[in-house]
Ligand binder design. Structure first.
Ligand code: PRX
Length: 648
């Protein structure tokens, strides 16, 4: 853990103006909600489920834990998410902008709730025309364009299960996900904008499906007209004109609260990425409540989450959450530094953004390349600033607070995961005193605790495993096709409590400080990658005998990838070798997984039973003292050599 975080003692109080208008105005009000959930757990959730959701048919039971850890929420309740995200806003908000899209080139598209209704219905009718039915899986591999959100909602309209794959993933990674989900359709677009250039998207799908997969019947292409592509006979369909001809009405399919809303793949410490399954009712409820509590959404807000929809943050806080509460969701396709580091601030000024949500890695880049840039723009519309995806270092927090928020905005450092569906630990903007670097306290209804390895409760400031001790509505329901993995990964530590995979400590005020992952997962620029995944990719290189990957602190990315590689033959040209490793990793996973440092070694430190000593490798990468006893290793002499080695 970074030294400065341990010493961090500053406290910042919410702006009284903000508290006055907020839904939850004080810590007293927060504590009351927490107590309510503690004393009457089901009554608490029952209240909000009834208040926030228009059930087509009411549920019979709030929580069924008879098959724990496979929990069921709002049993037998019937609903459809798109009715909440679109239909129910139409009487008052037909002409309000639902999605405000801008791309790097400055093209803008405003889609009102009325238009969204028609376009989602048309897309849903198109899916039906291609034989998609409730429960079918549809993989979406698209750039950040409105059609991606529309396609997701179209799936939700008819009860199909979407699985969005981040468009930065390689063809191999995409193929794995299509195959695992057994998808019937793949939806894509021609290309996307990034750093002022067009990157190919459709051709990646072609590469992924070069060897056809039995389950995939069609590939639908939305053509933006920015990139030429080939059409494969009997498989590919350009949908632009068909879409326009579709009926603008499509009855929503009535779904069960526990029907699968979507699958989203995420990395774990072992094996291939797992398909995290979310359920319709619970996911929707928590998306709504967190929009209201954490972003304190009001009717006149302009909400901008800069995430990519390929990750859970984009699912919950660009698409489902903002639309479910009827706000305007800004969607931007591109990087924060194009054409310059003022791009985002310019957009905040232009659209009078009130709530802005981004990742620490973006804050660090903007702070580094143009620390004074925010001052050139009028950012006075901002009320709440959010961060997500990785711990934020106090200095970046402070820069964000002072330079972007002008010391008037609350910063909500939201801790959560793909598996949690929505925020779990976060300040409430009108109530919680903020400590830079701490995600502060669990939201009402969420019960978080830190345990030591032996299962006992950690003491004050003692690091341990962060766990969620009671179920919550938007929790992961299963790992797609692998219930055993669900139990083993999340519920094998201590009874039926959920193991998050993060290390954390709780300070003397009950504030939670996330210390990073406890497992073999690396968080690179807020992107979650399994070390095993990266190692398997590196091992595909013809001149690699073995490899081990660990995380190491990185100034911009938070964590960078440090790879120890045992080559079969010592390469003559190190630069060439490094490039060829990068190429393999880019092909297998995507450019985000390229190692930042590579050390070549004749062997890896191993125990006598052949286990790679990752802890030792982590210490070597960090340049830290090695605390373990190395005398019991199979090859203790390698440790000294590795300490001397210079990364390439
Ligand atoms: O390690 C935690 C880190 O991101 C992990 C979850 O990654 P993913 O499922 O990709 O979801 C990211 C977006 C929700 C967590 O296990 N993480 C997320 N938010 C924070 C964080 N670490 C520290 N502080 C946060 N606010």
């Amino acid at each position: 853990m970074i030294e400065s975080v341990l010493k961090e003692k500053r406290v910042f109080y919410p702006n009284p103006e903000l508290s006055k208008e907020a839904r939850i105005k004080s810590m007293d009000e927060y504590e009351k909600l927490v107590e309510w959930a503690k004393n009457d757990f089901e009554g608490f959730w029952d209240h909000f489920a009834k208040e926030k959701i228009d059930w087509i048919k009411p549920y019979k039971k709030v929580l069924d834990d008879s098959k724990a850890p496979h929990y069921k929420w709002f049993v037998d309740g019937k609903l459809n998410i798109t009715q909440h995200c679109i239909d129910r806003h139409l009487p008052q908000k037909k002409d309000k902008v639902a999605i405000l899209f801008e791309d790097e080139m400055g093209n803008v598209e405003e889609i009102t709730y009325g238009e969204l209704y028609e376009r989602v219905n048309q897309f849903a009718n198109l899916l039906k025309a291609y034989g998609v039915k409730k429960g079918d899986r549809v993989v979406l591999y698209m750039s950040m364009i409105p059609e991606l959100a529309i396609a997701m909602l179209a799936c939700a309209r008819i009860g199909a299960i979407h699985s969005v794959v981040f468009a930065g993933f390689s063809a191999n990674a995409l193929r794995d996900r299509i195959e695992d989900a057994n998808a019937k359709l793949v939806i894509t677009c021609d290309g996307g904008y990034r750093k002022g250039k067009v990157h190919n998207i459709k051709s990646v799908v072609d590469e992924a499906l070069k060897e056809p997969l039995d389950s995939v019947e069609k590939v639908l292409i939305y053509d933006r007209g920015i990139q030429k592509f080939e059409l494969i006979d009997n498989r590919d369909v350009v949908i632009n004109s068909e879409l326009k001809e579709m009926e603008k009405e499509c009855e929503p399919v009535i779904l069960d609260s526990e029907d699968i809303a979507f699958i989203l793949y995420t990395s774990g410490s072992t094996g291939k990425p797992k398909g995290v399954q979310h359920a319709v009712g619970g996911y929707l409820l928590w998306a709504i409540l967190t929009m209201e509590w954490v972003f304190d959404i009001k009717d006149d807000d302009m909400f901008w989450c800069t995430a990519d929809i390929g990750w859970i943050t984009g699912h919950t806080y660009i698409v489902y959450g903002p639309l479910a509460v009827g706000t305007t969701s800004i969607m931007y396709e591109g990087v924060p530094v194009y054409p310059d580091a003022g791009r985002w601030w310019k957009m905040v000024e232009k659209y009078k953004v009130t709530k802005f949500y981004t990742a620490p890695t973006a804050i660090r880049i903007l702070k580094k390349v143009a620390p004074d840039e925010p001052k050139k723009y009028d950012l006075s519309s901002l009320r709440i600033l959010g961060t997500v995806g990785e711990p934020i270092d106090p200095e970046s927090w402070l820069w964000y607070y002072e330079n972007v928020g002008n010391k008037k905005c609350s910063i909500v450092d939201t801790w959560w995961q793909t598996e949690t569906g929505g925020h779990m630990i976060s300040p409430l903007p009108g109530a919680t005193p903020m400590k830079p670097g701490s995600a502060t306290k669990p939201l009402p209804g969420i019960f978080a605790e830190v345990f030591l390895e032996d299962g006992s409760k950690a003491g004050v400031n003692e690091g341990g495993f962060l766990c969620i001790t009671k179920p919550w509505p938007s929790m992961i329901r299963d790992v797609w096709g692998n219930p055993q993995r669900y139990k083993k990964t999340y519920f094998s530590f201590k009874g039926n409590i959920y193991l998050t995979g993060d290390d954390a400590r709780v300070d003397e005020d009950g504030y939670i400080w996330i210390m990073g992952r406890a497992d073999d997962v690396i968080n690179v620029s807020g992107h979650r990658l399994g070390t095993m995944e990266i190692e398997s990719a590196i091992n595909k290189h013809p001149n690699v005998a073995e490899s081990a990957v660990v995380g190491k602190h990185h100034e911009i990315k938070g964590e960078g990838i440090f790879a120890f590689i045992v080559p079969r033959e010592w390469p003559e040209n190190l630069e060439e070798f490094k490039n060829s490793i990068n190429e393999v990793v880019t092909n297998e996973i995507g450019p985000i997984a390229k190692p930042d440092w590579i050390v070549l070694t004749e062997a890896l430190p191993k125990t006598r039973s052949g286990k790679i000593m990752r802890r030792i490798l982590r210490a070597i990468a960090a340049g830290e003292e090695i605390k373990q006893d190395i005398s019991t290793l199979e090859n203790p002499e390698i440790v000294e050599k590795l300490k001397e080695a210079k990364p390439i």
